[in-house]
Design a protein around this ligand. Structure first.
Ligand SMILES: [Zn+2]
Length: 104
């Protein structure tokens, strides 16, 4: 078992679990944080010090995204990204010591 970050553990078989409550966040071979809950909304949800640039610096609409543990609600990943970008979080964790692959 290893820690991917403060809130996510990775088992020897690649299963990801919540470090707070041990809920399964992704079984071995599933997409990174596959079972996490997704919260989306306006950029202002990220906090009072985060806002979309005015004028915009990119030609795309951006949105707030947050992945939460489905059991205890711990925030696992928070980001402001292009709303059309749906492929960013598709990594899998194949097993301990193996590199994280993106885009699979
Ligand atoms: Zn949890």
């Amino acid at each position: 078992m290893s820690m991917l970050d403060d809130n996510v553990r990775c088992g020897d078989d690649g299963q990801l679990t919540c470090a707070r409550c041990a809920a399964v966040l992704a079984a071995a071979g599933e997409r990174h944080l596959h079972r996490a809950l997704l919260r989306t909304g306006e950029v202002s949800l990220a906090g009072p010090h985060v806002r979309a640039a005015d004028p915009p610096v990119v030609n795309e609409r951006v949105e707030f995204r947050q992945l939460l543990c489905p059991s205890c609600g711990t925030a696992l990943l928070t980001e402001v990204v292009a709303a059309a970008d749906r492929d960013t979080r598709t990594a899998t964790v194949p097993g301990r010591g193996a590199p994280v692959r993106r885009g699979s």
